[in-house]
Design a binder for this molecule. Structure first.
Ligand code: B3K
Ligand code: ZN
Length: 844
């Protein structure tokens, strides 16, 4: 397969002045007529006329009205063209019904919809399908569908057709079309400058009652982007559509966002608090793309983080403002460590801005998105809030309507702040998670912190330069008072010391506050000091982090030395749980144990081969001991943290429910699952119903309730996804592969729906000890399923291969079993480019 390189970038030989498309919809024989105005591009090195096109049946083509016969290849066509501006016309036929890859134009439950990012437009018609080719689009849809939508503003509409015009030039990846028997949840929004915008969420009939929350989230996002970034919406309508079959969360098509129904539909009865929070964040994310992504887009796909890192950063700011900033920061750190660190430290490691790819869809990764957002956060911390917003104003002013690069982005900061950011760029070009170690000393009132940074080699990058690392530090005195408030140290060298003068006693340092950089911090310190920080740190992130470090240390000692759960840590947890002065959401987070996979990684980092079963046993023993130690107060705590009154998905109630859920999980260990059974009986919202069922299943006392849940919800596909996932997630390790395998034979299982597939196989890969069963049954099942899915949906198959990326952590036996499966996948005849690239990189 061909590899594409950043260094080979060259502009396209032509500019596209306008695009007119007509769709004649038919499930198996849709006709797409295109009329495109091309003109020579004076900035391009050559005039080679190549249009991308895949799986298209070319019916006819004309240049300036004259029939032409282009040369067709597997990936597109070439043709002799005039030296002057000219009009290209083509008619192609496509088969949406047969499109199971969910890229291009496809059908989901009888409804037409599109997904074009990154390179799906070429499956719709012949076109220069690259983000630096921007044009205005006019679209006419002909069909019998009740609702027929495209980008931009609505135009003429009549029996059997509907027309749309998008006045904003855009790349083809932002094109969208939806047609089907849809109903809408309408609303309006008035922008700061008084523009009246029509808002709609379009859904299948029956889902109308699940739109109100998403609509509120949209309006909040629109207001927030005006207030915080000064960005207004720029069309007369903003449409959101929910579809059931979708490869990822949602897509920011101009004026017509398309959402996985799991990321927009919400109701108290069917959605959990976590669902509500995620929906709010994704609606915001896609909306924010209107400026960071659409108005200013990427020159090429290597620059993906330009829009994704920035937009993730913006949606995180939004969530922090709508909910709790410390809680959001802790959640993001947990997520980064769970998904990005393993990527950055394994065979799939790549820079935030990759330099080569075979299949770009494989680079919509935690590194590009989440580490990309961390890089923005560091930049903001380094230049300060005010300078950050000044730079953003300049970015929007200078680059509106352009397709840009990371160099453009950095230059905006250099020009507006006068700083030299050359070294900062290493964050974009060098992969791998930096390790930062700290040593301290105290002498004559001066306290010195000495940091060392190193980044281990990653595939293709043996040598790493030091990065600019903003390290937020605060110092506490032994009474717990803060003697030095949060200060950002700017580390630029491999080794660097920072001095604090005039201290009357040796302070206790609180380092990397607010998780100020995506690094692995190591510091030799005592359990006493961590317990002190857990009790006294004024920085909520580091307070939580101190608890996390204690938890990890205890878990590791249990696994490697057969130690008992650390008594000091157990005590600290018990007093925290009872501390009503603390935010319940924060207490819930402190009570959430590190994942078994995280412990496995921590062990591997120390040179110990992780044993998944032993790690699982330690986790169980720890939870059991905590439950027993707290047993006298659990019933009272459980009652005291119950949320009264009608369900509200807001941060306050959700935080309390999260704490209540953690307490129920402990209580279930000692009360014979009585409280969980009662909660299941009386549940009036999905959060508590789901929590109760999870506790019951984990205790292996939930068979009847699982059946009842199934009967209650079998017609609700999103709730059924939860039912599938819960059974695998809660299964004892030795049962997990068998439970997952049985579920793949359930009548409601379908490999064609990515949500359902992920519910089962994603849950298996996250049941750490279950997936890593020594007999290899977890690996085998995953490989069987991936081999079955690949011919239908390469994107989702390739994405799921990441479950195997950590194979080098484990013992020789497991390694060999994983390798066997990887090789079995790789040997499949006609394996997709997507999956082939992933498997090859993992094997490397
Ligand atoms: N930009 C899309 C992701 C497209 C993924 C293509 N494989 C969603 C988002 O990040 O907002
Ligand atoms: Zn995005």
């Amino acid at each position: 397969p061909e590899t594409f390189y950043l260094k080979d970038y060259a502009p396209f030989g032509f500019v596209v002045e306008s695009v007119e498309l007509t769709f004649r919809l038919a499930p198996e024989t849709t006709r797409v007529l295109s009329k495109i105005r091309f003109a020579p591009n004076p900035d391009a090195p050559d005039r080679h006329f190549f249009l991308h096109g895949e799986k298209l049946k070319l019916i006819s083509s004309r240049i300036n009205g004259e029939a032409v016969t282009p040369v067709l290849t597997d990936t597109g066509l070439t043709c002799d063209v005039p030296d002057q501006p000219f009009t290209w016309e083509a008619e192609v036929e496509i088969n949406p019904q047969a499109n199971t890859a969910l890229e291009g134009l496809y059908m989901s439950n009888g409804m037409y919809c599109t997904q074009c990012e990154a390179e799906g437009f070429r499956k719709i018609t012949y076109y220069p399908d690259r983000p630096d080719v921007m044009s205005t689009f006019s679209v006419r849809i002909e069909g019998e569908e009740k609702v027929m939508l495209s980008n931009g503003n609505p135009g003429d509409r009549g029996a059997g057709y509907s027309e749309w015009h998008d006045p904003w030039p855009k790349p083809a990846y932002l094109f969208a079309l939806v047609a089907g028997d849809l109903v809408n949840h309408p609303d309006r929004f008035s922008t700061g400058s008084g523009k009246d915008v029509e808002l709609n969420i379009w859904v299948r009939p029956g889902d109308e009652d699940k739109c109100a929350f998403g609509m509120e989230a949209l309006k909040k996002s629109m207001t927030w982007d005006e207030e915080v970034y000064g960005r207004e919406y720029d069309l007369d309508v903003f449409n959101i559509v929910a579809v059931d079959d979708f490869n990822m969360g949602a897509m920011e098509n101009k004026g017509l966002n398309i959402f996985n129904s799991s990321c927009v539909l919400a109701s108290p009865e069917t959605s959990t608090d976590a669902n509500f929070e995620r929906i709010e964040a994704i609606i915001a994310h896609e909306y924010f793309h209107n400026w960071t992504g659409n108005r200013i887009t990427c020159r090429d796909w290597f620059q993906l983080c330009l829009k994704e890192g920035l937009t993730v950063y913006r949606d995180a700011q939004f969530t922090a403002d709508m909910r709790s900033a410390p809680v959001k920061r802790i959640e993001d750190a947990i997520d980064l460590r769970a998904r990005q660190f393993p990527e950055d430290n394994g065979p799939l490691a790549h820079p935030v801005r990759p330099e080569a790819f075979q299949e770009i869809n494989n680079f919509y990764t935690a590194t590009v998105y989440e580490k990309g957002a961390e890089v923005i956060g560091m930049l903001k911390r380094l230049v300060g809030d005010e300078a950050y917003y000044t730079a953003l104003d300049l970015y929007f002013e200078r680059h509106d309507g352009q397709a840009c690069t990371i160099e453009d982005w950095i230059k905006v900061f250099e020009d507006s702040t006068g700083r030299d950011l050359a070294q900062f760029k290493n964050w974009y070009s060098q992969a791998g998670t930096p390790r930062v170690s700290v040593q301290d000393s105290y002498e004559g009132g001066t306290y010195t912190l000495t940091f060392r940074q190193t980044t281990p080699p990653t595939p293709g990058q043996d040598h790493k330069d030091p990065k600019v690392i903003p390290i937020a530090v605060g110092l506490l005195n032994p009474n717990g008072d803060e003697v030095v408030p949060t200060t950002v140290l700017e580390m630029t060298k491999a080794e660097q010391s920072f001095r604090f003068e005039g201290l009357s006693a040796r302070p206790i340092p609180s380092i990397l506050r607010d998780f100020s950089a995506p690094v692995i911090l190591t510091r030799e310190t005592s359990a006493e000091e961590r317990a002190f920080l857990l009790a006294h740190d004024t920085d909520p992130f580091n307070r939580w982090e101190a608890g996390r470090e204690l938890a990890k240390a205890s878990r590791i000692a249990m696994v490697t030395e057969g130690a008992s759960p650390d008594a000091q840590y157990l005590d600290a947890l018990q007093s925290l749980v009872r501390d009503d002065a603390l935010d319940p959401a924060f207490r819930a987070l402190v009570l959430s144990p590190p994942s078994e996979s995280e412990i496995a990684q921590a062990l591997a980092d120390q040179g110990v081969t992780p044993d998944p079963d032993a790690i699982h046993d330690a986790a169980e023993t720890f939870a059991q001991t905590l439950a027993q130690n707290l047993s006298d107060s659990l019933p009272r705590l459980f009652a005291a943290t119950k949320v009264e009154g009608p369900y509200k998905p807001d941060a306050r109630d959700a935080g309390l429910r999260a704490l209540n859920g953690r307490i129920l999980a402990l209580l279930t260990r000692i009360d014979g699952a009585e409280a969980a059974a009662k909660q299941f009986e009386t549940a009036d919202n999905m959060t508590v119903q789901n929590t109760a069922l999870a506790c019951l299943l984990k205790a292996e006392k939930g068979e009847a309730q699982s059946q009842a849940f199934y009967e209650q919800w079998q017609d609700d596909r999103l709730v059924m996804d939860k039912w599938f996932a819960l059974q695998v997630a809660t299964a004892r390790p030795e049962r997990a592969p068998g439970v997952a395998e049985a579920l793949t034979r359930h009548p409601l299982f379908t490999i064609k729906n990515p949500n359902r597939f992920r519910a089962v196989m994603g849950a298996l890969s996250m049941n750490h000890a279950g997936f890593h069963q020594a007999d290899g049954s977890g690996y085998r099942l995953l490989a069987d399923q991936l081999i079955a899915l690949d011919p239908l949906n390469p994107q989702t198959t390739a994405r799921m291969c990441t479950a195997l990326q950590t194979w080098k952590r484990y013992d020789a036996d497991r390694q060999e079993k994983i390798l066997t499966e990887l090789k079995r996948i790789k040997a499949v005849d006609g394996l997709s480019r997507d999956t082939n690239e992933m498997v090859s990189r993992i094997l490397d």
